[in-house]
Design a protein around this ligand. Sequence first.
Ligand SMILES: Cc1cc2nc3c(=O)[nH]c(=O)nc-3n(C[C@H](O)[C@H](O)[C@H](O)COP(=O)(O)OP(=O)(O)OC[C@H]3O[C@@H](n4cnc5c(N)ncnc54)[C@H](O)[C@@H]3O)c2cc1C
Length: 478
Amino acid sequence: MQTVQLNQPSENLLDEIKLLVGSNGWKSADEMPRYFDDPRGRFEGFGAIIVLPNSTEQVSLIVKLCNAKKVGLVPYSGGTGVVAGQLSIDSKDVIILSLERMNKVREVSLDDNVVIVEAGCVLENIHSSVEKHNLIFPLNMASKGSCCIGGNLATNAGGIQVLRYGNARDLCIGIEAVLPCGTVLSELNPLHKNNTGYDLKNLLIGSEGTLGIITVATLKLKPIDSESGTALVAIKSPHDIHKIYKSLKTHVSENISAIELMSGFGVSLVTSKFSKLRNPFNIDYEWFLLIEVTGANGIAERLEGALNDCFERDILLDAIIAQSQQQKDDLWNLREMTPEANRISGAFCNSDTSVPVSKISNFIEDAHCAIQKVYPNLRINSYGHIGDGNIHLNVLPPKEISKDDFLKSNPKVREQVRMAINETTHLLGGSISAEHGIGRLKTRDLEMYASKARLKAIKSIKSALDPNNIMNPGVIIP
Ligand SMILES: Cc1cc2nc3c(=O)[nH]c(=O)nc-3n(C[C@H](O)[C@H](O)[C@H](O)COP(=O)(O)OP(=O)(O)OC[C@H]3O[C@@H](n4cnc5c(N)ncnc54)[C@H](O)[C@@H]3O)c2cc1C
């Protein structure tokens, strides 16, 4: 792909855009530092202005103006992305386009079991708006109170219920988006079958704002199950995960909605940072699985059957089955507060690996070994959506050393640890980005580990749809 020289937005262009969106439709970059914050505190973003269009038409006009003047645009939703896709980290000459004023739930269709939402809808608000119809939108993750559906689709987010319901792509049936030339692609109809050429919806989903700006989406809804069961079990080692998974599949098969791995070290970080949360066992086990099943009445009993079977086969050390909604929430809080506990405890490297489910324990073992070879006594919190082979490794400095001091005296260690994890992932046939995307953080990794055919196709698609490279420049392709 040829590099196109992007321009600084001129005063004339900024004035034209301000006029278009009105006085509530833009913010000066100097006054709004929150748009430039990285949730993990690693990067700082820049931008010439923040524009907040309130309709697809306004987005389209802004994109047309920027395309004509060859000015870069960075789409922005909830700002919770963890690979710097929403942050222009090396150029001030871009326009940040926030979808936050496009935040309406337009329609819940009970006949088609879909909800039509604007891109700036906060994920949690979508959940509450459909629950009153006894339906769920099952995309769910710890950032649900801040992330928005536009960002979820742009990153093809995963989360804690992928096992049963799939990721964002599987849950979206229609899309409206503004393409880099400003044309509006409006395909919101809930069609289950549509083989009219390339699947543009699924191309835009997961494109991280590099091929267009998603403005509206039609999302699939599912019925609320009448019963659920939630258990926290202690296991000896990750080697036993696949045995437990097998037993669960035999007893509760497609009703498993989540299997989350947590380490004893991770749970101790969470309970030490959040005093209201506690480890429900009296023993400091090394590994835990948080298991949730949902289904028809009787599903909780079937979960109990599966766990009894595991006890009989000596593959569980201990188990707690939640007896109330409060107990369920307490168990889930241990998992959901893990990213925040990692951050405030000084995690300096975070991975988003996926490997085949059969290789999970090899990955954890090999990656821990490789990390300790980089620097001894690093502390590692391995956790994640283990049912779909997605493991997050968070690496912290040795005990008693602060993150800042450690990184100052070991300036290369972060990159070395990252590469140790990447290499282990690659050797096991895994992916360096399971659910967070490439953003600006992993462009070099993509060049290194993706096949030549994949890279060539990615670059050809980008230059065909965005020849001026105005859409989120520097994301996915450096
Ligand atoms: C505590 C915490 C927990 C998390 N847990 C998970 C998890 O379990 N699973 C998971 O997958 N992720 C997780 N994430 C990452 C993050 O929440 C997701 O990537 C989320 O989908 C980002 O949504 P957002 O609205 O915040 O997007 P943003 O951060 O604003 O943007 C993300 C990317 O999408 C692009 N973009 C945003 N809006 C649009 C649009 N309308 N059109 C086109 N492009 C757009 C941006 O340019 C950027 O490249 C977590 C993050 C945090 C902080």
